[in-house]
Ligand binder design. Structure first.
Ligand code: DP6
Length: 368
C-alpha cells in the first residue's frame, strides 16, 4: 500500500517594514504592506512532516514532539481546508485515478530548531513549513527551490494559505527579499507575498541574530497588534502616511543594492513599530535595556563610519521581543560580531543573569 507523506522545511523571515495590525482578524488581512528578508541558513527553521492515511480516525498535530489541540475553526483548520479544496479542485476532480487524499485525515509533526515564540518569528516559519508540507503531500507545490516542473499552486497562491495561519508566514514561502502586499479586496485574494529579489541578487547581505532572551514573550503579536489597532492614533498615521512611501523606497534600495538607504529605512521602521507599541493603551514594551544598548552601539558605529567613509555599517531591527537582528554587508560581519561580543560576552562567560544572554551561547547565524 502506498504511503502518502511529505517533509519540508521553511526558514524564519525578519521584517524590515513591519506588519503590525489587522483589518480582518479571521482572514488575517493586514492594515499595511510589509517587507522582509528570509534567512537562508539552517539555524532558524521549522521542519514539518505531514501524512495522509484513510485509517487515521482524526487529524492530529505535534509541535516539538508534544501533541497540540486543533481548535475547531482555528488557524490550522482554515489552512487545511484551503489546501484540501486546492487538492480536490486542481487534482482529484481532474484525474479520476488520483487518490482522494482530501477526504482523509492527516497527522502533522513540526519541529523548530530554535526557541518557540521568543520573538524569533516561529509562527512565520511554522505555518510556512506546515503549508508547504501539506502542499507537497497533496502534490500541489515544488517548494522551495526545485523548479523541475511548474507547480500546480504557485508560491504566491500558497502564501494566501500560510497567511491564514499567521500573517508573517506568507513571506516565508519565498527566499530572499519578499513583500507582503496588503491588498484591498475583502476576500483577501490579493493579500499575498511576492518576491522582490532573490537572495542571489544581494548575496553579501547578512543578518546577525542576537538572542538577548529566548524566553516566551509576554504579549503575543496577535493580541498586541489588535490592541494597537484599537487604541493607537500613531498607527493610523503610520498606515496612511509612512509605510506606503517606505515600501517604495526600500524596494528601490534593494533593487539598487543601496545599503545606506536599506539600513536607514529598516532602523526607522523598527523604531516606529516600537513607538506604536508604546502608543498602545496599555503600552506594550518589547525591547529591554540590552536591546536599547544594541541600538546605541549600532547608532554610534554608524555615526563614526559615516564620518570616515560616508556610508553606514549596519542596521538593527527588533520584532515583538528583545532580540536584535543586525543587517550588515559581508565585509563588515567580523567587525560587528567582535564589537557586539566585546560589549555583551556570550552566555558561557557571561556574568549576567538570563536576560543578558547573547546568541544563546552559540555562534550567531550569518545569513542569507
Ligand atoms: C512584529 O505574523 O506573528 O514580527 O498574524 O497574528 O500570527 P499573526 O502575527 P505575526 O506578527 C508578526 C509581527 C512582527 C512584524 C513582522 O513580522 O512583520
Amino acid at each position: 500500500m502506498a504511503v502518502y507523506q511529505a517533509t519540508t522545511s521553511a526558514p524564519v523571515n525578519i521584517a524590515c517594514i513591519k506588519y503590525w495590525g489587522k483589518r480582518d482578524t479571521t482572514l488575517i488581512l493586514p492594515t499595511n504592506s510589509s517587507l522582509s528578508v528570509t534567512l537562508s541558513q539552517d539555524h532558524l527553521r521549522s521542519t514539518t512532516t505531514s501524512r495522509a492515511d484513510p485509517a487515521f480516525t482524526e487529524t492530529k498535530l505535534w509541535l516539538n514532539g508534544k501533541e497540540e489541540d486543533i481548535k475547531s475553526g482555528g488557524r490550522l483548520e482554515r489552512c487545511l481546508k484551503e489546501l484540501k479544496k486546492m487538492r480536490k479542485e486542481r487534482i482529484e476532480d481532474k484525474e479520476p485515478n488520483a487518490p482522494k487524499l482530501s477526504e482523509w485525515n492527516i497527522h502533522v509533526a513540526s519541529y523548530n530548531n530554535f526557541p518557540t515564540a521568543a520573538g524569533l518569528a516561529s509562527s512565520a516559519s511554522g505555518f510556512a513549513a506546515l503549508t508547504s508540507s501539506i502542499a507537497a503531500l497533496y502534490g500541489l507545490n515544488t517548494f522551495p527551490s526545485s523548479s523541475a516542473k511548474p507547480s500546480i499552486a504557485s508560491p504566491s497562491e500558497l502564501s494566501l494559505v500560510a497567511r491564514l495561519g499567521s500573517g508573517s508566514a506568507c513571506r516565508s514561502l519565498f527566499g530572499g527579499f519578499v513583500a507582503w502586499e496588503a491588498g484591498s479586496l475583502p476576500s483577501g485574494t490579493d493579500s499575498l507575498a511576492v518576491e522582490v529579489a532573490p537572495q542571489s541578487h544581494w548575496p553579501t547581505m547578512h543578518a546577525l541574530i542576537c538572542v538577548v532572551n529566548d524566553a516566551k514573550k509576554g504579549t503575543s503579536s496577535t493580541s498586541g497588534m489588535q490592541r494597537t489597532v484599537e487604541t493607537s492614533a500613531l498607527l493610523q498615521h503610520r498606515i496612511k502616511h509612512v509605510v506606503p512611501q517606505r515600501m517604495e523606497a526600500i524596494i528601490k534600495a534593494i533593487k539598487e543594492k543601496d545599503f545606506d538607504s536599506f539600513a536607514k529605512i529598516t532602523m526607522a521602521d523598527s523604531n516606529q513599530f516600537h513607538a506604536v507599541a508604546l502608543d498602545t493603551a496599555p503600552p506594550i514594551f518589547y525591547m529591554n535595556d540590552v536591546s536599547r544598548s544594541i541600538i546605541s552601539i549600532i547608532e554610534e558605529l554608524n555615526r563614526v563610519s559615516l564620518e570616515k567613509t560616508g556610508h553606514l555599517l549596519a542596521a538593527y531591527t527588533f520584532d515583538a521581543g528583545p532580540n536584535a537582528v543586525i543587517y550588515t554587508e559581508e565585509k563588515n560581519v567580523k567587525q560587528i560580531i567582535e564589537i557586539i561580543v566585546r560589549y555583551f560576552p556570550q552566555a558561557e562567560s557571561n556574568p549576567f543573569p538570563d536576560p543578558f544572554k547573547l546568541f544563546g551561547g552559540k555562534q550567531p547565524a550569518a545569513v542569507p
